[in-house]
Design a protein around this ligand. Structure first.
Ligand code: AMP
Ligand code: ZN
Ligand code: FE
Ligand code: FE
Length: 285
């Protein structure tokens, strides 16, 4: 199986890079990519583990960029030592650190106060993401699931308008990926809440800014969505990729490595990683 969208403790996942690769192998994954949010910190350990486990591995990253609320760009084949990429990640980390205070104040305003110490109990030294807060809200007993924490507090209009940090533009993010030798892929179009002409317009704009692919197969995609994204990929000659967005059971209890949600992924089409490899080889840095 192929899983090109996986998180570890180096961002908001539950398991270490090595532990995550072990779990992937156990689950039957043969081609993997670690794509932590705005960081390459887990790639050396994950690559080494994947090699020892005889898995094919793509060094990856997932950038949060300006635009739609959850507009994320996956980068594959990046050089984890690229100075431009490291500078970019440092700025992203600083803005995440700054956001922590805003989120703590916001949650207190909402009547569900948590402290930085609470949050650090589930954050193993990474820059903080909303899933760390979601887990903390569960542990404090304010909500019964991370999903409820997102619905009630972390994906509300008020959250996006008053609390969310300022992000890089898609063009800036994809330029950094290219300079690091990477290929840019639109992550989980499902979370954009766009379809038809509106989605196509966004995809065209992203292509003009350097997009090369689209994550057609994803845990949350319905069969109809998958068909729509596949036809967009064909129309614009984009790479097709697949990923579970595994974070671990404490974060996304219903998402499994390789197989996604309720077995809806399980992608084995080796032309997906082969085409991705070719595209990476052709990147002009
Ligand atoms: P952040 O890096 O703080 O922007 O948080 C992004 C993370 O939050 C990603 O891992 C998403 O999968 C997760 N996330 C965003 N929206 C939701 C949602 N509605 N339900 C569960 N997880 C979500
Ligand atoms: Zn995440
Ligand atoms: Fe994402
Ligand atoms: Fe992700």
């Amino acid at each position: 199986m192929i899983d090109l969208h996986i998180h570890t403790t180096r961002s908001d996942g539950q398991f270490s890079p090595k532990g995550t690769m072990r779990l992937a192998k156990k689950a039957g994954v043969t081609v993997a990519a670690v794509t932590d949010h705005d960081t390459v910190a887990g790639l050396a350990e994950a690559a080494e583990a994947a090699k020892n486990l005889e898995m094919d591995f793509f060094p990856g990253i997932e950038l949060s960029v300006q635009g739609e609320r959850e507009l994320h760009i996956l980068g594959y084949g990046i050089d984890r030592e690229s100075p431009e990429l490291l500078t970019f990640c440092k700025a992203q980390k600083d803005s995440r650190v700054e956001r922590v205070g805003h989120i703590l104040a916001y949650l207190a305003r909402k009547g569900v106060p948590v402290t930085i110490e609470d949050v650090l109990k589930v954050n193993h030294g990474a820059a903080t993401g909303r899933p760390h807060f979601a887990r903390t809200l569960v542990e404090k007993g304010y909500v019964s699931s991370t999903e409820e924490a997102f619905d009630k507090f972390l994906t509300t209009d008020e959250y996006y308008e008053k609390v969310e940090r300022k992000k890089a533009t898609p063009a800036e993010g994809m330029e950094v990926l290219r300079r690091a030798g990477g290929v840019a892929v639109l992550a989980h179009p499902h979370w954009l809440h766009l379809s038809g002409e509106a989605l196509e317009k966004l995809v065209r704009r992203l292509i003009a800014d350097g997009l090369s692919g689209i994550e057609v197969y994803y845990s949350r995609h319905t069969p109809e969505q998958t068909r729509e994204y596949l036809s967009l990929a064909k129309k614009y000659d984009l790479l097709v990729t697949c990923g579970s967005d595994f974070h671990g059971y404490a974060v996304k209890p219903d998402i499994s490595l390789g197989t996604g949600f309720d077995g809806n992924l399980g992608i084995t089409d080796m032309s997906i990683p082969e085409r991705l490899h070719h595209a990476i080889e052709k990147v002009a840095r």
